[in-house]
Design a protein around this ligand. Structure first.
Ligand code: LIP
Length: 300
């Protein structure tokens, strides 16, 4: 790890993310083009997902031949991330948004070292917003206005407010592709308890948001635009880049099930909290209390 040039790796990932963004915007998204499904009718993959992953994996193997590579479209069930430097890549995170032309899809490029998210680059080509982070080196968000790049450190607020509990929080959640069974029931019940009025036993959070992309939800928490993000069912490639950016912006990643303070990168159950001078652990505990006895049952 000591001899890895993380800044050079970040720069390579930024270049690739922008190139991939060009492929995404050049594709026929939102034009009834061919899609394929994986687990069920809402777990979608397109030719563009595959072409972008092919371009990224070929480029990264050339540039870093000794590193491992894990990508959403070529991963085989059972394969886990090892301790060696590993690129963890989602060519299009938010494929459902992509096919609907809903402008929240991104390229998510992470590097894990010792299974720890170490470099992260997320690029949403629809809105031309790029997020990046390097372990120990901070996180930034780059937008463009009038042709000029504007880079801001994350979180966007210089003095993030303390977290004062779920009652004043804006939370990211996702429905995922399971639409029946234990995980689905637990999600639906948790969303009900989070939003219901205090008089009826709920926490009455400010509201719930679903950006449709784990990476963009994590980027929003890192930026301080959402207070938390809870997801069960997504994979390491959905969260690796965003996790690095989140931590570099002062946020923490806990587990999606109660009691897990150190979740695994490929554990598939996550609870992210924004950077704040106080209240991070308390709001995690409060969220876990809402889950109660339930448990997300996604396996690695
Ligand atoms: C998607 C995630 C989304 C999650 C879905 C899926 P994809 O990734 O980012 O947040 O709810 O289960 O994993 O399939 O668009 O790359």
């Amino acid at each position: 790890m000591a001899d890895l040039d993380l800044k050079a790796i970040r720069d390579t990932l930024v270049q690739l993310a922008r190139r991939a963004g060009g492929m995404i915007m050049d594709s026929n998204y939102n034009q009834n083009f061919a899609t394929d499904t994986k687990l069920n009718s809402v777990d979608i993959v397109t030719e563009t997902d595959k072409a972008v992953e092919e371009m990224i994996s070929t480029s990264l193997r050339e540039a870093y031949p000794t590193f491992s590579f894990m990508g959403e479209e070529t991963w085989k069930p059972g394969v886990k991330i090892g301790p060696e430097p590993t690129f963890v890549v989602d060519p299009i995170d938010g494929t459902t948004n992509f096919i609907h032309g809903f402008p929240h899809a991104c390229v998510s490029l992470g590097l894990a070292v010792d299974r720890v998210p170490t470099v992260g680059v997320i690029y949403n080509p629809f809105l031309d917003i790029l997020y990046s982070g390097i372990k120990g080196g901070g996180a930034t968000m780059t937008t463009r206005a009038g042709g000029a790049a504007i880079e801001k450190r994350l979180p966007l607020r210089r003095d993030p407010a303390p977290l004062s509990g779920l009652g004043s929080a804006l939370l990211g959640v996702e429905w995922g592709s399971d639409r029946q069974g234990t995980n689905f029931e637990l999600k639906a019940e948790t969303y009900r308890k989070l939003t219901a009025s205090k008089e009826t036993g709920g926490r009455m959070v400010h509201s719930l948001r679903s950006l449709g992309s784990a990476a963009l939800n994590l980027a929003a928490v890192a930026a301080g635009q959402m207070d938390m993000y809870w997801e069960g069912g997504c994979y390491a490639w959905d969260v690796c880049a965003g996790w690095c950016i989140l931590v570099e912006a002062g946020g923490i990643m806990a587990g999606g099930n109660p009691g897990v303070w150190e979740p695994e990168l490929d554990g598939r159950k996550y609870l992210a909290v924004r950077g704040a001078p106080a209240g991070q652990k308390e709001i995690v505990q409060e969220f876990w209390d809402v889950i109660g006895e339930g448990k997300l049952e996604y396996q690695q």
